[in-house]
Design a protein. Structure first.
Length: 547
């Protein structure tokens, strides 16, 4: 008989036990923990069921709004979690799950995160984090150096300086982007002899003082949606996030950027920040960073690079050239929970100039006292976990050359998959991979021929039908549960910017094999050809066009 730590009744004594006595060996939870640390992949395979249960069915397990009035045993609850939650989670670490930026994790992060949670440090202030504070500053220093490549003297001077900050660790790219543009806004509207700064007087006074009719942020039409939230929160409004056109490779069009800037200046609207995207969320393309940097400098704008996804490419000496000019950025966002293989909830923003973050410095009496090294004086978030420890550990355990291998093999695999798609007469590559992201769709060989000769009307009709097919196949494939790709809508120049629904693939999992890629295509072909009326309509129109 296994003794439970917690009796299923409510007494202070039993409550004390859950704070003091460790889990009994042999209990259900201990057995699960053992399995988790022995073979993580097997654990996930065993406990996540493949079949797709409709969300409204799952919701029934989570429909009780009343907080339980009686306690249960830990083991019973664990079993409950396995049955209702774990079993219907998404197997994001499966090698055939190639649809999103969330993928497998190295096993050592499981036991290490347990240590992190056990310590329960709060990085807002030294008083609750001690060694975690210099550790986080070091991690920020490492990423800063990866981007800006300053010398050792720079880092020994600034990394641990109480009055300065090389960046901020946060929960993800969204908060990182907000932080970067918050700093940019405050620096653009800073205090003068007769004005106390936007942080004190607010936007209305700031605009009057500086004589602007408005403020704007410029980013390509492929910019991430978090930037809209940013414009909203900063009080300039989403309409002030100005969308710059992109070329056929989804990269910001410099000519249009120049045009938009002069239009804004003509209206006396101050563009205070320009954003370059290094790894667009949908197609993984990289803006011409160096050119945007030159324009930003000339215009006196803050230059931010959103490298949430692509920033990790800097780890590879073979591919870091793709982000040429990133060292000219005033700030850079990098997500550790994407291509640095850290669990969800780890983002960073780095600032070239260690003085920049003074623009958002915040002090309070009981914590964050002036001159203290409390990280909370330069972060948007308050209480924060010791996530930086996992980045620190991964940097040591995997090391820069290890990350280089991971990045290189991902990009190689994407290039291989693009070739494989190009070899098929019935698949069409829509976006070439620049990083490990690509998009494509299924088009029957004869239909591809028909598209070449179709008139405008027929082209539109075929496109609409093919969009329906792509949507259907993506959904069926997900439901079958063998593999998963995501889907998005693009407007390829090749197809006169017609709305085109595509499969989107992210090849970040090192366990994804060439065989899996082949079988993903095979499955999509099979689902397409068994799609019944959808395929019938496509075939009918194809024959009509080719007649
Ligand atoms: C993922 C991503 C973000 C947002 O990051 P979160 O971590 O999801 O908040 C922002 N920009 C780009 C380019 C991204 O890929």
């Amino acid at each position: 008989m296994v003794t439970e730590n917690k009796t299923a009744d409510v007494s202070f004594e039993s409550l004390l036990r859950i704070f003091t006595i460790p889990e009994a060996p042999g209990s259900a939870l201990s057995r699960i923990e053992a399995k988790l640390s022995q073979n993580l992949n097997e654990f996930l395979r065993e406990h996540i069921v493949a079949e797709e249960k409709p969300l409204r069915e799952i919701e029934k397990d989570f429909s009780e709004a009343a907080i339980p009035e009686s306690p249960v045993f830990v083991s019973d609850h664990t079993q409950h979690l396995l049955d209702t939650l774990v079993s219907h989670s998404v197997h994001t670490s499966a090698p055939s799950f190639i649809g999103h930026m969330t993928s497998a994790l190295p096993y050592f992060l499981m036991p290490l995160s347990k240590i992190m949670i056990a310590l329960n440090q709060n990085l807002v202030k030294i008083e609750t984090s001690k060694a975690f504070t210099p550790l986080e500053r070091q991690v920020l220093g490492m990423l800063h150096r990866l981007i800006y490549q300053q010398d050792e003297a720079f880092y020994s001077k600034w990394m641990h300086s109480a009055k300065h900050s090389l960046g901020a660790f946060c929960s993800g790219g969204t908060i990182a982007n907000i932080t970067a543009l918050w700093v940019a806004r405050n620096n653009a509207l800073k205090a003068t002899d007769s004005f106390n700064g936007v942080e004190n007087e607010g936007l209305y006074s700031a605009m009057k003082h500086y004589g602007y009719e408005g403020l704007a942020i410029l980013v390509s039409d492929r910019g991430h949606y978090s930037l809209k939230k940013t414009a909203n929160i900063l009080g300039i409004g989403q309409d002030s996030l100005i969308s710059v056109k992109t070329d056929k490779n989804s990269r910001l069009c410099i000519h249009d950027l120049e045009e938009k800037i002069s239009q804004l200046k003509h209206k006396n609207i101050k563009p205070f920040a320009i954003i370059g995207v290094a790894g667009t969320t949908e197609t993984g393309n990289i803006d011409p960073i160096r050119k945007i940097a030159e324009i930003s400098q000339r215009e006196g704008c803050h230059f931010h690079v959103d490298a949430a996804w692509g920033g990790a490419t800097l780890m590879s000496n073979n591919h870091r050239g793709l982000l040429d000019g990133i060292e000219l950025a005033d700030s850079v966002t990098i997500d550790a929970h994407k291509q640095l293989y850290i669990p969800m909830g780890a983002g960073m923003v780095l600032f070239k100039n260690p003085n920049d973050m003074a623009a958002i410095e915040h002090h309070a009496e009981y914590i964050l006292r002036k001159g203290s090294k409390d990280l909370g004086s330069h972060t948007l978030e308050g209480s924060r976990s010791g996530m930086a420890m996992l980045v620190y550990s991964s940097m040591h355990i995997i090391s820069r050359p290890g990350y280089e291998l991971l990045i290189d093999q991902s990009i190689d695999k994407a290039k291989y998959f693009a070739e494989l798609i190009n070899e098929q007469t019935d698949f069409e590559l829509i976006s070439e991979p620049e990083l490990c992201l690509l998009t494509y769709r299924y088009v029957p060989a004869l239909t591809a021929k028909a598209l070449q000769v179709a008139d405008n009307d027929q082209k539109k009709k075929l496109h609409r039908l093919l969009n329906g097919l792509t949507k259907y196949v993506q959904k069926r494939q997900r439901e079958e549960g063998k593999s998963f790709v995501s889907r998005t809508q693009l407007n390829p120049h090749k197809w006169d910017k017609m709305n085109t629904i595509v499969f989107r693939v992210v090849l970040a999992n090192p366990l994804t094999t060439k065989e899996i890629l082949q079988s993903v295509l095979d499955e999509q072909r099979e689902i397409s050809n068994n799609s019944g009326s959808l395929m019938k309509e496509i075939t009918k129109l194809t024959h009509l066009i080719l007649k």
